[in-house]
Design a protein. Structure first.
Length: 308
């Protein structure tokens, strides 16, 4: 990595940490249930911040870099909606009180930033040494897209099968209830993890599984480490607010999963055909945007029928 790119990443990470500290330490100091109005406000804030960065990238690195960032951001943001539905199922399964959900998502997303940063760095190294791995990523995305399209609509949650949870329980005793917003408490002089820690572990491992789809998807758009990383980070930063904004409206977008499956298959084909017929980024962005828009419109025009 050239010195300028390293400095840019360092400054970007300092900015991200500052925003997260400001979020949890100032704006969310008091545990409370986040309403739809507050969630929409924060969603608008994070999206606006992402677009300001995109404009800055346009003036700094040009039109191509700005298009690459926006396309990657759109893909990551769209894929995160499916992730949010699973988070909703997890919170319902563990009966997490609404006022504690923001804290779990905050630390879960902070961990996701570290995990995805490591995955992206690994992917960049592998691609630079083994270019053929791009075709492997492409084939995987086509497979993932087809699999997503035929998946059952109802998400199944099985935290008891989570290997990380089972290992953690062997290392530390865990309470069977929540103790306000605390992750750890002392009982009879011994430290215990609360149920909130288990929820956090499941959220982290779930996000890691989703990252196995989203990271190859962004590499289908660009292999520039800075654009790959920043588009991922901005998509993840707005995940908490998006969750609370969409939590009550998840079922409205029941055709979005089909749209996402088409997007994954498309970017996989784009990666496989890169040497034969390279698809311009502007065309790719148009296809992705149209597919997502049509899936949302179809969900609105043909709403899901509730079972009696």
């Amino acid at each position: 990595m050239v010195p300028n790119e390293a400095l840019s990443l360092l400054l970007f990470n300092i900015f991200v940490v500052a925003m997260l500290v400001l979020d949890l330490g100032v704006f969310q100091r008091r545990a409370h249930v986040i309403g739809i109005k507050e969630a929409l406000g924060w969603s608008a804030f994070w999206i606006a911040l992402s677009m300001i960065f995109n404009i800055g990238l346009y003036f700094w690195q040009g039109r191509e870099a700005a298009l690459l960032f926006f396309t990657g951001y759109l893909i990551e943001k769209s894929l995160s909606v499916d992730n949010l539905f699973v988070f909703l199922m997890l919170f319902m399964y563990f009966k997490v009180p609404g006022k504690y959900q923001h804290k779990v998502l905050f630390w879960g997303i902070l961990g996701a930033l570290v995990l995805r940063g490591a995955l992206i760095a690994t992917g960049v190294v592998l691609i630079s040494k083994f270019h053929w791995i791009l075709y492997l990523f492409g084939a995987f995305l086509v497979f993932a897209g087809i699999k997503m399209g035929f998946q059952k609509e109802t998400a199944e949650v099985h935290p008891e099968r989570n290997v990380a949870v089972r290992m953690f329980k062997k290392l530390m005793p865990v309470t069977s209830e929540y103790h306000e917003a605390k992750f750890f408490i002392k009982i009879d002089g011994r430290r215990h993890a609360t149920l909130l820690v288990i929820v956090l572990i499941v959220v982290e491992t779930t996000d890691l599984v989703f990252a196995l789809d989203s990271i190859p998807a962004i590499f289908a758009i660009t292999t520039d480490p800075f654009i790959v990383y920043t588009s991922n980070v901005f998509a993840i930063l707005g995940l908490r607010a998006l969750y609370f904004a969409l939590a009550g409206m998840m079922n409205l977008f029941h055709y979005l999963k089909i749209g996402l499956s088409v997007v994954l298959a498309f970017v996989g084909l784009k990666m496989l055909l890169a040497e034969v017929y390279p698809i311009p980024i502007a065309v790719a962005l148009g296809v992705i945007g149209v597919v997502l828009l049509l899936s949302v419109l179809a969900s609105i025009l043909w709403p899901k029928q509730e079972k009696a």
